[in-house]
Design a protein around this ligand. Structure first.
Ligand SMILES: Nc1ncnc2c1ncn2[C@@H]1O[C@H](COP(=O)(O)OP(=O)(O)OP(=O)(O)O)[C@@H](O)[C@H]1O
Ligand SMILES: [Mg+2]
Length: 383
């Protein structure tokens, strides 16, 4: 469809000319005679770039394709404002190794540039942390990373430590987080916020509130506060609404302080493409097989009476592809890194048994295919 262009005939200063859907005059493509005929019959010209041929069609086709006045206005506004232009052209910055829709990426970039609090949600291993890190890189702003899921002492991580020395008395050493929030235009990653200690959530409440935007250094009402600098953006990641029990149910008020961006799980084609990109040593069939098995597990967990409570994540798919690239067979890779993820409790009715049967189906066909391929090659050599 990209090789088709549509023009409208227009008379200017007594000359007939072809005008494209953006209102630009295009010369040297359509003959004047054809333009005149089109004009007389209320038609437009459809030009096929590949064949070089022009056809006359009802003029409505031109108007259907041409951007409306509003669209033109919007695109002029985008072109005139460097921030908007950056946001709308940002899909060009999506790295090849990151699979994310242009719209989600643009939404992320826009929220980052506008200093919003963003929460990336989605199941384990679907690229939340990765997307957050890529956005940080793409914006080129100062950035800080905090893994809230790993902190045992939220107060020390987010505020700092109080020390006592005999000679000097009590002193306070600020946390890296205090420095981060005072850095203008910083992008601050709050990874695994859903697994954070509830005290971390409490401390963050005022920091994330657009109306408050300060950090209180201790619980007392009159305790000193530190203002969040201009343009600071927070990007949190969370496993919410899924199977992870380690994830504490987050406070509604905390979640409300964020713009939620849900990461999409990849479909079979996207996942297979990613595996091949990351591990070019595997075959297309191997990439497809892994993607197919992963996709079946993802479908299974959404069933009404699911046989699995856990699906194979993209992270795990990538891991399996890496093993195959290093010469492991699919049965070996499955044994090493798929089965341990599934519960063996319940014997023949266990999730482990179910996933084994599922993988076995594919191991069968994959090996037969390889076997047959060898046979065909051997026969060809004989001829
Ligand atoms: N959409 C994606 N595009 C490219 N790679 C992906 C994607 N999703 C997952 N991956 C792969 O999986 C790995 C894990 O991704 P990431 O750490 O971002 O997941 P996560 O969603 O943060 O998981 P968790 O909930 O466990 O923290 C990445 O290093 C990458 O190899
Ligand atoms: Mg993560």
């Amino acid at each position: 469809m990209n090789s088709i262009k549509i023009f409208k005939p227009e008379v200017k200063n007594g000359n007939i000319q072809a005008v494209d859907i953006n209102g630009k005059v295009v010369k040297g493509i359509v003959r004047d005679h054809m333009l005149e005929l089109a004009l007389d019959n209320n038609q437009c010209i459809v030009y096929n770039e590949e064949t070089g041929k022009c056809y006359r069609k009802d003029v409505q086709l031109y108007y259907d394709q041409a951007p409306t006045e509003k669209e033109v206005e919007a695109s002029e506004k985008i072109d005139a404002d460097p921030v908007l232009a950056f946001i709308h052209n940002s899909p060009e910055l999506i790295p090849d190794t990151m699979k994310i829709s242009d719209l989600k990426w643009k939404y992320l970039m826009r929220s980052a540039v506008r200093g919003k609090n963003i929460m990336m949600t989605g199941p384990a291993g679907c690229g939340k942390t990765m997307a957050a890190q890529k956005v940080v890189e793409a914006t080129g702003r100062p950035h800080f990373y905090f893994n809230l899921g790993a902190t045992q002492d939220p107060r020390a991580t987010l505020i700092g430590n109080t020390h006592f020395k005999k000679e000097e008395g009590t002193s306070f050493s600020q946390s890296a987080f205090v420095k981060a929030i005072q850095t203008e235009n910083a992008v601050i990653l709050l990874d695994e916020i859903s697994r954070a200690h509830p005290e971390a959530w409490n401390i963050l409440m005022t920091v994330l509130d657009y109306g408050q935007r300060y950090l209180r250094l201790d619980e007392h009402e009159n305790a000193p506060t530190i203002e969040v600098a201009k343009g600071v953006c927070f990007i949190a990641t969370a496993n919410i609404g899924n199977e992870y029990t380690a994830t504490r149910a987050m406070d509604r008020a905390l979640v409300d302080r964020f713009t939620i961006i849900e990461m999409d799980t990849l479909n079979k084609e996207q996942e297979s493409g990613l595996l091949k990109d990351l591990h070019p040593g595997i075959t297309v069939e191997q990439a497809d097989t892994i993607a197919e098995i992963a996709s079946l597990t993802r479908k299974e967990v959404t069933n009404e009476a699911p046989k699995l409570t856990n699906a194979i994540s993209t992270r795990l798919s990538v891991e399996i592809a890496g093993l195959l690239e290093d010469g492991f067979t699919l049965p070996e890779a499955a044994e090493a890194c798929i089965y341990p993820f599934f519960d063996a409790d319940g014997g023949v009715d266990s999730e482990r048994t179910y996933i084994k049967q599922l993988v076995q189906k594919y191991i069968g066909t994959a090996e037969e295919d390889i076997f047959n391929a060898d046979e065909v090659e051997a026969q060809e050599e004989q001829v």
